[in-house]
Design a protein around this ligand. Structure first.
Ligand code: ATP
Length: 365
């Protein structure tokens, strides 16, 4: 994929409303055939970024280059982009067919071509046979498919989707996010997909652009950003809450010893740190084993010398989450969150437990 040329390049975009900076030096690119998700909390500037790319807003500074051309002076309808927005409602008094051909009619295409492209779009979203149905006879999921078919039918050079599944309930969203990716890939579309939902971005994207307060925090594949969050913000946003301040004591080859409020921890790393360097350590919630019974009858550790990266603390919370249990262990005044197997028994609240961190549990940010 990395060999493909960028179709869209956004460079150093700056945008303010009154005195508020909403986009701050935003640069990224989208390659041909790629799905890029803009991911970030509400108000971080995702929609504004999309609107600047679409031509619905003008940036104060920076360029939008599409297909090697600066599109600053190209009006919205001449950019050849397609849109699917959460509030981009279907026409309620038209049937499915008339909704899908709407954009094609606007382009004044010959009737044969309109029919062919509309049929192809309906086939792509699996709604052949729904042509004459009234929109109000459709389920929520079917309506979203019609909306997607309507945006696909004009064969846009770039499709922009802004929270396209935001109005749907959780289960339907889960199903459709997989479906949307399949459809976009089978149409070989290049797409920018806005969402505030990490799971949705991970399911849909080839690469994610994580935004915070108008800035880009990190760009990478879902696997890359999850494995190596670039900042505390990204880690927390991806649901990785255990972030601990530490100081590097020493490093031998690829193992650094870090002093933390939890004690000394041994961290495998491919980077080089200086002694006394201050760092932030991420402890992954899903890379630990909890021993609920580490003591004998006299309350002594079964093992006299606890191994490296084994923590001792008090179990203060257990919550059932279906596929896993979320436990909170209080270690030296720090609350650490772990996800452990549903089948395992964490023990009673208030007990002292041991947590063995796996070798991949620790990452220096
Ligand atoms: P959400 O997920 O809630 O839609 P977002 O990440 O898409 O959020 P934007 O809609 O781009 O964020 O908004 C970013 C900031 O810019 C917000 O604080 C918003 O209030 C502000 N904003 C957006 N449009 C305008 C406007 N036309 N005039 C003034 N402020 C605006």
């Amino acid at each position: 994929m990395s060999t493909r040329l960028p179709l869209l390049q956004v460079t150093h975009l700056q945008k303010s409303f009154d005195t508020t900076t909403v986009l701050n030096d935003v640069s990224f690119e989208v390659r041909e055939g790629e799905i890029v998700c803009l991911l970030g909390p509400s108000g971080c500037g995702k929609t504004t970024l999309l609107r600047v790319i679409a031509g619905l807003e003008i940036a104060d500074v920076g360029d939008v280059i599409f297909d090697d051309r600066d599109v600053r002076d190209v009006p919205v309808h001449q950019r050849g982009f397609g849109f699917m927005f959460q509030d981009f409602a279907l026409f309620p008094h038209k049937n499915v067919w008339d909704n899908v051909i709407f954009g094609l009619r606007m382009q004044n295409l010959p009737p044969d071509q309109i029919r062919q492209q509309a049929q192809a779009a309906l086939a792509m979203v699996g709604l052949n046979g729904f042509e004459q149905r009234d929109v109000h006879q459709l389920s929520g999921g079917e309506k979203q498919r019609v909306a997607l078919a309507r945006s696909l039918a004009p064969q846009p050079k770039l499709l922009m989707l802004d929270e396209p599944l935001g109005a749907l309930d959780r289960q339907l969203r889960e199903e459709l996010m997989i479906e949307v990716r399949r459809i976009l890939k089978s149409a070989r579309l290049t797409a920018i997909y806005v969402t505030h939902d990490q799971a949705e971005a991970f399911a849909v994207a080839d690469r994610v652009v994580i935004m915070n307060a108008g800035r880009i925090e990190q760009i990478g594949t879902p696997v890359e950003v999850y494995a190596r969050p670039a900042s505390e913000f990204v880690a927390r946003f991806l649901g990785l809450p255990n972030l601990i301040d530490g100081t590097v004591i020493s490093q031998a080859a690829n193992v650094a010893v870090i002093r933390t409020p939890l004690g000394h921890l041994h961290v495998t790393t491919d980077r080089t740190f200086k002694p006394q360097q201050a760092i932030t350590l991420l402890i992954r919630p899903d890379a630990a084993a909890l021993d609920p019974n580490p003591f004998d009858a006299e309350g002594e550790w079964f093992s006299e010398t606890p191994q490296a990266n084994v923590l001792e603390g008090e179990l203060i919370d257990v919550a059932f989450r279906g596929r896993y249990q979320r436990v909170v262990v209080h270690v030296n005044d720090v609350d650490l969150v772990f996800e452990i197997e549903t089948r395992s028994t964490p023990g009673a609240i208030g007990r002292r437990v041991r947590v063995a961190l796996q070798s991949d549990a620790l990452l220096i940010l």
